[in-house]
Design a protein around this ligand. Structure first.
Ligand code: ADP
Ligand code: MG
Length: 397
């Protein structure tokens, strides 16, 4: 990568502030999927090996600037200790005297995790000065900064950006390096054989990546509720299917601005829909035969087969967003068909996005994917122009 990493600077024996992405799914204090915690281990072990004192900071959920025990990072410290097979201290605050006292007791190679940075409103403030000031408080006990929180790099927050104004060096960790390198490979893929698969619910969240990748790819396969926004933009009936006005507006914008590239954008030709206004019967229908009162919840067999064929032949594939309401069987079948094709595709393939990653994991094909991004929004934003604000704030190589 073009930014300095932990390997590029002399950091032995120093105190590191490491921004990690521990934004894991939590239910009643139990961690669901710990992929993000495991992904932070190479950097943490490297720093331990260099005799650093390792102070970790992160956010969890959306506590909106207030202390909220259900968003405590404590369970992540426990899980990290299990994964590292080493004690991990936990500090019940992320700034101030409690942190200072805990760090003063640290020895070389010790690891502590600080409490959720989002317990302070300044972390996510819109005001640059306040972000930088908060960053100063986070930076106070450390000598240098490591950003390894790829999933948080699309936001200039106190812990991803503010801190960089106070510490030197500011370097990337191995996860940020890996994610950047893999996604750059997708971004630079030759047009021939480059397939993008986009699903999920909201076109407006993905409009940036659609506009950026449509000219670069050979084919863009659209599935999920996103498709209905394109249908509606074309004046087709979508019944009671999930289709927000913002998504329709975004789809219209794409139709109005993407010119000749629009021929690469493929929409489902058939669907599975449910009679939600009536007896909840499920039936197969052509895309132009969605009826009022019915909810289209998955792509149909013909679309599954066509999409799988395109994916199988691809040289490079990027996939974000499920093809249907995969949480509700049998509407997981369309997503499963694409997931299987990704698994069988000999080309280079990358999956990004919280729900898409959950889908490939649930379906047991995660091992066959070349790279599974830990960043949802971050991976999409990266693919817009190969940059993310918090990565830009790090030192050049
Ligand atoms: P990701 O997290 O992978 O970026 P999104 O968050 O954009 O994906 O979208 C995932 C959500 O979209 C899931 O909750 C899924 O159930 C929903 N979804 C996809 N297709 C449909 C559909 N046809 N009807 C209703 N919900 C859908
Ligand atoms: Mg999601």
């Amino acid at each position: 990568m073009y930014k300095a990493t932990v390997r590029d600077r002399e950091i032995s024996g120093k105190t590191a502030l490491v921004r990690v992405d521990f934004n894991v799914p939590l239910k009643n204090g139990e961690i669901g999927d710990d992929t993000r915690i495991r992904a932070s281990v190479p950097t943490i072990e490297y720093l331990i090996g260099k005799g650093c004192k390792v102070i970790l900071c992160a956010h969890l959920g959306r506590p909106k600037g207030k202390v909220a025990p259900e968003f405590s990072l404590r369970p992540c410290a426990v899980r990290l200790a299990e994964v590292l097979k080493k004690d991990v201290g936990f500090v019940g605050d992320c700034i101030g005297d409690e942190v200072g006292a805990a760090v003063a007791k640290m020895q070389a190679g010790d690891v502590v995790l600080l409490e959720n940075t989002r317990f302070y409103a300044e972390e996510e403030s819109k005001d640059e000065a306040s972000i930088v000031e908060f960053g100063g408080k986070l930076a106070a006990p450390a000598d240098f900064f490591v950003n390894d929180a790829f999933g948080a790099c699309h936001r200039n927050h106190g812990s991803t950006y503010g801190v960089t104004k106070h510490l030197s060096p500011c370097v990337a960790g191995f996860l940020v390096e890996l994610e950047t390198d893999q996604l750059t490979q997708i971004l630079q893929a030759p047009q021939e054989g480059f397939v993008v698969v986009l699903g999920g619910a909201k076109v407006e969240d993905k409009i940036g990546v659609i506009k950026s990748l449509l000219p670069k790819c050979e084919t863009m396969l659209v599935g999920g509720a996103m498709s209905w926004a394109f249908f509606k933009a074309k004046g087709m009936e979508v019944g009671l299917s999930l289709c927000e006005p913002e998504s329709v507006a975004a789809a219209k914008d794409i139709y109005a601005t993407m010119g000749g590239d629009l021929k690469k954008l493929k929409l489902p030709t058939d669907v599975y829909m449910k009679n939600v206004a009536g007896d909840h019967q499920i039936k197969h229908a052509a895309a132009d035969a969605i009826e009022p009162g019915w909810d289209a919840l998955d792509i149909g067999d013909e679309t599954r087969k066509a999409y799988a064929e395109v994916v199988l032949k691809a040289a490079n594939v990027f996939w974000n967003g499920p093809m249907g309401k995969y949480e509700d069987k049998p509407f997981n079948e369309g997503t499963l068909a694409v997931a299987k094709a990704m698994g069988d595709c000999p080309g280079f393939n990358v999956v990004g996005g919280g729900d898409s990653v959950a889908a490939v994991t649930q379906m047991g094909v995660a091992d066959t994917i070349d790279h599974i991004s830990t960043g949802g929004g971050a991976s999409l934003e990266f693919l817009e122009d190969g940059k993310l604000p918090a990565i830009e704030a790090l030192d050049d190589k």
